[in-house]
Design a protein around this ligand. Structure first.
Ligand code: ZN
Length: 503
């Protein structure tokens, strides 16, 4: 649950309590004269939650500020002090448990004296249990009684509270502690509930954890992340989507208003509330620039990967090689003797032998960082890629037309032509990859990054799974498309890697 979610829930709580209180203001407000507890914007969470249970604190711009004590008294007289108990009384302990985040289906039976429950919550920080209780109420008798109930059950140990552990303290209108809640994690939660004048009972709360599949369709209106949220998804879906398509969809360039998407995603619900997305199961994007792109999750060797319906990987990241070549004349070697200089000089890339004029392609999407003459490199192209990676293409004879430093580059885009410029003994492409500031062996690196299709032995299982996932997606129809027919997606550019992967 994100902080943002949390805030939303708190605000919803404020609104709910507010509605409940002002729908039936009489009995409650007479019982509890309103202390001044304004809710400031940006107030800390405990303050807001406490205010949520305190009607006087539910001061929103509309309505309550216009009420005066006299107004309240007058309303009370209209209804009479003997008015029957309203259907929705002021927040009871049971109400509080249902309305606050993190409770889910937990239900506490209403008890006399529950009305006007205030909830204080927070993390322990460096405080002891005693200090926490003392900061919210003067009912210090409860401390010993709660400690005794916990000791009896040995459910947990107050001496082992960690600073990030959370608590909620439920106090009745007179300040007596009705319940203490202690959470060591989202799923490990304890309640210590008042059971009598001076006794409490402790129990561990069963927090239900459930995985659900949600299907959502939507249309792009502005930023993609915002469009996901507008369609009803949590913003935390975005990194999952970009992770799948990091190299097949460029989300800053290929996305257009009016594009459509649908997704089937697995969610983890904790305590009856959304907690996080476990994984995307199927995703379809219909773009005006990129056509229809689909990705289906399929597990191979225990790892979830994403494939198009035909079993090819949508996570294909790099070309297997930047050009067709006849041989590798010199490999990556941090200790090489230089063939021209005859000194020990690391070879920070690979030399691909190819005739002058052979086209050279960008191995991955990125931005053109540099092109020009650069000493021993001769005519050089440098592309900056996501993930702090650079690729280098040296000794070129010529550049692709219209290259401009800073321009976006697509995987497979023509950069230039093999040549023999700079410190070079024959036509070849010197190709290098720098990862986080260090040159790495391009052969090893490209091989490790190559996304494989579904293995033939698993194709049958994959097809069956895709049929299921297509049925999941089909349950949410895509919104209508834009009036103008979208152009077909651009064909795969240029270089087709050899079957063995090239290098
Ligand atoms: Zn070289």
């Amino acid at each position: 649950m994100t902080l943002r979610h949390h805030r939303v829930y708190v605000l919803v709580c404020v609104a709910l309590v507010f509605a409940a209180v002002f729908a039936v203001p009489v009995t409650f407000l007479q019982v509890r004269p309103a202390p001044a507890a304004p809710v400031a914007a940006g107030a800390s969470l405990p303050t807001l939650v406490a205010a949520a249970a305190t009607p006087a604190g539910a001061a929103t711009p509309a309505g309550p500020q216009a009420w005066t004590e006299a107004d309240l008294d007058a309303v009370g007289e209209d209804e009479g002090p003997e008015a029957p108990a309203p259907a929705a009384p002021a927040m009871t302990l049971a109400d509080a448990c249902r309305r606050l985040p993190g409770y889910g289906t937990i239900f506490v039976e209403p008890q006399p004296g529950d009305e006007g429950i205030q909830v204080f919550e927070g993390t322990f920080g460096r405080r002891t249990f005693f200090e926490v209780v003392r900061s919210h109420t003067r009912d210090l008798d409860a401390v010993a009684a709660i400690a005794e109930a916990v000791r009896r059950t040995q459910l947990f140990d107050f001496r082992r509270i960690r600073p990030d552990d959370r608590y909620r303290l439920f106090c009745a209108a007179d300040g007596t502690v009705r319940m203490f809640e202690y959470s060591r994690s989202e799923t490990e939660m304890y309640h210590v509930v008042r059971a009598g004048e001076a006794s409490f009972v402790a129990h561990q709360v069963e927090v239900p954890v459930e995985d659900r599949v949600t299907r959502v369709a939507g249309r792009v209106e502005g930023a993609l992340a915002r469009s996901f949220v507008a369609a009803g998804l949590d913003a935390s879906i975005m990194p999952l989507v970009t992770d799948i398509f990091s190299y097949s969809i460029n989300f800053s360039r290929d996305v257009r208003r009016g594009d459509r998407f649908r997704v089937a995603v697995e969610e983890r619900w904790v305590g009856g509330r959304f907690h996080h997305y476990t994984r995307i199961l199927a995703f379809e994007y219909v773009g005006q620039l990129i056509g229809s792109v689909q990705a289906y999750a399929f597990e191979i060797e225990g790892k979830t990967r994403f494939f198009a319906a035909d079993g090819s990987s949508v996570q294909r990241v790099f070309l297997a090689a930047p050009c067709r070549y006849e041989a590798i004349s010199s490999r990556f070697d941090p200790n090489r003797m230089h063939p021209v200089l005859h000194v020990r000089k690391p070879h920070e890339g690979i030399d691909l032998v190819a005739p002058t004029g052979t086209p050279v392609y960008a191995i991955a999407d990125g931005v053109l960082a540099f092109h020009g003459e650069k000493g021993p490199n001769g005519e050089l192209v440098v592309v900056q890629h996501p993930g702090d990676m650079m690729s280098y293409y040296a000794h070129l004879s010529a550049y692709a037309p219209n290259l401009r430093d800073g321009m976006p580059i697509r995987r497979g885009q023509l950069l230039g032509y093999v040549g023999n410029t700079g410190r070079s003994t024959g036509p070849h492409l010197h190709f290098g990859i720098k990862l986080r500031g260090e040159f790495v062996d391009p052969e090893t690196y490209l091989r490790s990054q190559r996304a494989r299709p579904v293995p033939p032995a698993q194709m049958e299982a994959f097809r069956a799974r895709v049929a299921e996932l297509k049925a999941e997606l089909a349950r949410v129809p895509l919104p209508d498309g834009p009036a103008a027919a979208a152009p077909p997606p651009a064909p795969e550019v240029g270089y087709a890697p050899p079957a063995d992967g090239g290098n």
